[in-house]
Design a protein around this ligand. Structure first.
Ligand code: PHE
Length: 477
């Protein structure tokens, strides 16, 4: 097996290390914060079912496509695409620049607002540990005050960015792999322990039937589209994170198995987190449709009244911080890999310099700078990236993998399958060439409002859910 070009630019030492880093990227605020609240808003079981179909039909093929492009291209997203589309001449080069630069820009912009939300999780962690004695944990107004308090938000965002820059500076093996190998198993242990805890405190039955008993009368077409959009976000697709991690893989024999395992583990974490969170919500006799405030507002209020709740809350927010941290690292790594591979910057310069730029943009978000008269920079960036740039990136990567990359590269992962490689390879090729682009185009047209007339008559989506990570605009619960 070729070692590729990984020696000078760093690589994962083991497949397990790679897996934990990739799962770390996928498992983030999308699983613990966004998935439960959109599931709550869209009525539970039926939405979950559609989400699972989207993960399998669109997420999984694209996950493999990104990993194999990274592995075969052996470089940052732009370099990897440029190498693999060489046979298409100028078209391939132009396409690679378009896709690569957009992915790098998406990662840059996204980390700015992601870090602000992650900073709030840092704040709630410190609060639950008792390190911010002036504020009472569990008080319903804490979150609104935090979101409105520029200074505190800015400090928490700064702490989180420093944590992220520090790990990326240490490199792929010593930084990212080491941290994720430690954090991810711990995250699974904590989630399982929390499942045991809610089995004891109550609400588990209701939570399970809410999540797993589909009621199709609650399923709206906007729920279907939301599920597809979220499949991208939660699997870290459409911005080159998986391409970049794939490029640090030493061998490709396990790419198929790894793709399935990453998607499965990400889904398991989302379902586990949802089960735990809704059990707490039902145990507290609340409605599951609290919206974006579910994690930061509803849960702290409920935790304080539960046995050992304060301790559980601090473990829980620790988990949220871990999850967001390993995702943020993968976002910064996309940009850093680009500057290291394309511009030959030393890693610490790229991590520090780019990190500082992202920090400055995030600072503007945390300070409540406005983008337009009625949209904050935080919500505006979130909207642009989550609703447009990620799906467009996913569409371009799917087109590249399906039509521009030579089949000997695109299908190489399937050659390692003991049985059925040709059949599964054929299915993948069909999905990535036709199904993914068509479904993503539908989501994009929806985001642009082209289906509004058709969707009329359904309850319009509340404004706060427009962006993936929008701050709650109204009190929850
Ligand atoms: N997958 C992450 C989450 O669920 C978000 C993310 C998207 C991270 C894209 C990296 C790249 O929160």
């Amino acid at each position: 097996m070729s070692e590729g070009t990984t020696t000078t630019r760093g690589s994962f030492a083991s497949n397990f290390g790679f897996m934990m880093a990739a799962v770390g990227s996928a498992v983030g605020l999308g699983n613990i914060w966004k998935f439960p609240y959109i599931t709550g808003e869209y009525g539970g079981g039926a939405f979950v079912l559609v989400y699972l179909v989207c993960i399998t039909m669109v997420g999984l093929p694209l996950m493999y496509a990104e990993l194999i492009i990274g592995r075969r291209g052996g470089s940052d997203i732009l370099g990897a695409l440029r190498k693999l589309t060489q046979s298409k001449g100028a078209l391939g080069t132009a396409f690679s620049y378009l896709t690569g630069l957009m992915a790098v820009l998406s990662a840059f912009l996204m980390l700015a607002f992601y870090s602000v939300v992650a900073g709030w999780a840092v704040y709630f962690f410190l609060l639950s540990v008792g390190l911010i004695p002036a504020v009472e944990f569990g008080n319903a107004t804490v979150f609104d005050e935090l979101a409105a308090n520029a200074r505190t938000s800015a400090i928490c965002h700064t702490v989180f960015m420093l944590m992220t820059i520090g790990v990326v500076t240490l490199g792929v093996h010593r930084g990212i792999e080491f941290l994720c190998k430690t954090l991810m198993p711990l995250l699974f242990v904590i989630l399982t322990a929390m499942l045991g805890y809610v089995a004891y405190t109550g609400g588990l039955d209701q939570s399970l039937s809410f999540l797993f008993r589909p009621d199709f009368s609650k399923l709206t077409s906007s729920a279907v589209l939301e599920a597809l959009g979220h499949a991208f976000f939660t699997l870290s697709l459409g911005m080159g994170a998986m391409v970049t991690y794939g490029s640090y893989l030493k061998e490709e024999g396990r790419v198929i198995r790894d793709s399935v395992a990453i998607a499965a583990l990400d889904t398991i974490v989302a379902l586990l987190a949802g089960t735990v969170i809704f059990a707490v919500v039902f145990q507290g006799d609340l409605e599951p449709s609290a919206g974006p405030g579910l994690l930061f507002q509803t849960l702290p209020e409920l935790f304080v009244n539960m046995p050992g709740g304060r301790f559980v809350a601090c473990v829980f927010f620790g988990l949220v911080v871990f999850a967001a941290w390993s995702s943020a690292i993968s976002l910064l790594e996309v940009v850093v890999a680009y500057f290291v591979d394309e511009w030959k910057w030393p890693r610490f310069v790229a991590a520090g310099g780019i990190g500082a730029g992202i920090w400055a943009l995030g600072l503007a978000c945390a300070m409540g700078v406005m983008m337009t008269q009625d949209t904050t920079l935080q919500d505006g960036l979130d909207d642009i990236v989550s609703r447009y740039m990620l799906p467009i990136g996913g569409l371009l990567i799917a087109i590249a993998a399906g039509w521009l990359v030579l089949p000997e590269d695109g299908l190489s992962g399937f050659r390692h399958m003991v049985k059925g490689g040709a059949v599964f390879g054929g299915i993948w090729q069909f999905l990535i060439r036709f199904v993914t682009p068509i479904m993503v185009t539908i989501v994009l047209l929806w985001q642009m409002g082209l289906f509004d007339a058709w969707l009329k008559g359904e309850t319009p989506a509340p404004p706060a859910e427009k962006g993936e990570l929008a701050a709650p605009k109204e009190p929850a619960g």
